[in-house]
Design a protein around this ligand. Structure first.
Ligand code: PEP
Ligand code: MG
Length: 580
């Protein structure tokens, strides 16, 4: 049994067979073969070995010619291994006796060899493990060839273990068969993490390298609450986690009874509890959990992974579905928030050294007006179908906001001229997610209908910590007093200017912050659909007076650690069912 500590990004526990996706995106299937397929699969294996041998010989000759025989000899060791009858015999035994697929047999036995080398004391020999991984990759490439299967075509329940998953790969994971995932890299606020929440599957990121320790088919446990991954769990761990899965289920069932009750504090202060969505299908998750509306629709997911720019109709269909399903409940559609690197049809940006400080979000929209206008036209057309609001992301200066509003006004005029209906009074809001916006909020508040605090970004821009970098995850902290002060300032400005302020960063979906935020004056929480029941439960278990006391104490603390442990303690005291 081996335990890995990573970063918990999507709650819940998953127990099941691993599917390993290595650095190159190879998916290694543990298919069991039909008896009559054995001979043809052995033939496939031999062809792959022959092709790999040829490649290595070619490399050896090319390197010998260029650098001399001494260097070419490096490849001789690879050739010797590939030609080793014992190894070939091992593969064959697994395929014949255990009916493993050739890919699985190759991967399983070579990884076993590599592990032996990795454990050797001599640095030189330990590094030979890399040679073995190299041979494994080469064989897999030849075996899988074009048959490399996408992650979206899973056919049996698995836990996906990968070096990295892009947000669009994550978005395409089968919700039926992917029970959970783990990635070696990635941080707390990455969009991959956000998509995992949308899929409602347990996920852990940023574990560091471990993929060479597992093979497809091995039993693995993902603990998305604690950020733990357990490889080859023993009986005791399996029993403990099965019990935990049961506890999760029974808590969810108990919370379900709150669905039709209002989100309000025990002393009757009504709170608006909204859902964050990335995909239209999630509106059903929101309604099933009794959401008061959609506080954040991240529309950039329409672009991610698309071959070409989604046209107006694609936008319109998505927005219509969401707005119509939500009836009279508000739906806040945020215009696309992404970097140029995420949009296939835009020219690749120069290598941006700091993409989070670069050409993204509203900045990208204002530089690509046709694309921005297409989206705004679709939002406006769909606005007559219900209660839609439009919101601009990452606004940092007044000029930017004014420009964005001008484009909106221009699109309205255009629709008017063509006699196309839209809601002329559509509420216009902006995200508050850079400290500059908080500093200037008095002015911004005069020019928008509502504000929404995006703490995911506000934390990274306030503390200068990349939200998706696992190496600085300990510094990325919503409890930091500097972050709390900015949130308090924003809420205070909202109250003074009588303008609604939502909070739609992941912080608002974590019950440990609910009392603090209520006490600070927040009345509009926008959270991932799965978090709605817990936040409602928390609100209904506390009084405003208690929340104000908590906020008063937390806001004078000096460091994030004290704030966090105090908030955890208060949650345990007031809502013991939810405390971890
Ligand atoms: C945020 O920054 O808090 C936010 C809600 O937006 P995103 O996570 O999409 O950047
Ligand atoms: Mg943001």
């Amino acid at each position: 049994m081996q335990e890995l500590q990573g970063i918990a990004v999507s709650p819940g526990v998953a127990i099941g067979e691993a599917m390993v996706v290595d650095n190159e995106g190879f998916r290694i299937p543990r298919r069991f073969l039909a008896r009559d397929a054995v001979e043809s699969e052995l033939e496939r294996l031999d062809k792959a070995i022959a092709a790999a041998t040829k490649e290595i010989e070619h490399n050896r000759d090319a390197v010998s010619e260029e650098l001399g025989k001494k260097y070419g000899a490096i490849f001789e060791a690879h050739l010797l291994m590939l030609e080793d009858a014992q190894l070939r015999g091992e593969f064959e035994e697994m395929i014949r006796q255990r009916h493993y697929s050739p890919e699985y047999a190759v991967s399983r036995s070579l990884r076993r060899y590599a592990k032996v080398f990795e454990k050797l004391e001599s640095q030189y020999l330990a590094q030979r493990a890399n040679d073995i991984f190299d041979i494994e990759k080469r064989l897999l490439r030849n075996l899988l060839g074009r048959r490399r299967e996408g992650l979206s075509h899973l056919t049996s329940p698995v836990l996906v273990l990968a070096h990295n998953l892009t947000p669009s790969e994550t978005a395409n994971l089968s919700r039926e068969f992917c029970l959970g995932f783990v990635t070696e890299i990635g941080g707390l606020g990455s969009h991959t993490a956000i998509v995992a929440e949308a899929l409602e599957i347990p996920a852990v990121v940023g574990t560091g390298p471990f993929l060479t320790e597992v093979s497809g088919g091995d039993l693995v446990i993902i603990d998305g609450d604690k950020g733990l991954v357990i490889l080859h769990p023993d009986e005791e761990a399996i029993a403990r986690y099965r019990h935990e899965v049961e506890e999760h289920r029974s808590l969810a069932a108990r919370l379900e009874t709150l669905r039709d009750l209002p989100a309000e504090t025990a002393d009757g202060v009504r709170v608006q509890l909204l859902g964050n969505i990335e995909f239209p299908y999630e509106v059903d998750h929101c309604l099933n959990r009794g959401a008061d509306g959609i506080g954040l629709y991240r529309t950039e997911f329409l672009y991610l992974g698309a071959e070409s720019e989604p046209d107006e109709e694609v936008h319109y269909q998505a927005y219509s579905r969401v707005i119509k399903t939500m009836g009279q409940r508000p739906v806040t559609i945020r215009t696309f928030d992404m970097g140029a690197d995420k949009v296939a049809h835009l020219p690749d940006p120069q290598d941006e050294r700091n993409p989070f400080l670069g050409l993204r979000s509203i900045r990208l929209a204002l530089r690509n007006l046709p694309m921005f206008r297409t989206q705004l036209r679709a939002i406006l057309r769909a606005s007559v179908l219900g209660n839609a609001q439009v919101m601009f992301p990452l606004v940092s200066t007044l000029l930017e906001l004014r420009q964005a509003k001008m484009v909106l006004a221009d699109v309205m005029e255009d629709l008017d001229e063509r006699g196309i209906e839209f809601n002329r009074d559509i509420p216009v809001g902006m995200m508050v997610e850079v400290p500059a916006a908080v500093m200037m909020l008095d002015h911004f508040a005069d020019e928008v209908d509502f504000l929404s605090i995006g703490t995911n970004d506000l934390i990274q821009y306030t503390l200068a910590v990349d939200r998706s970098n696992k190496d600085v995850v300990g510094l990325y902290n919503a409890s930091d007093p500097a972050v709390l002060k900015l949130i308090a300032m924003a809420l205070e400005t909202g109250q003074r200017k009588s303008i609604a302020v939502d909070l739609c960063g992941q912080m608002s979906g974590n019950p440990i912050y609910s009392m603090l935020l209520l006490g600070m004056g927040l009345r509009h929480f926008s959270v991932s659909p799965a978090a709605i029941p817990e936040i409602k439960k928390t609100c209904r278990s506390v009084t405003l007076e208690q929340c104000r006391t908590v906020a008063g104490r937390a806001l004078v603390m000096e460091n994030a650690r004290d704030v966090r442990s105090y908030l955890k303690e208060e949650l345990r005291r007031h809502v013991p069912e939810l405390a971890l």
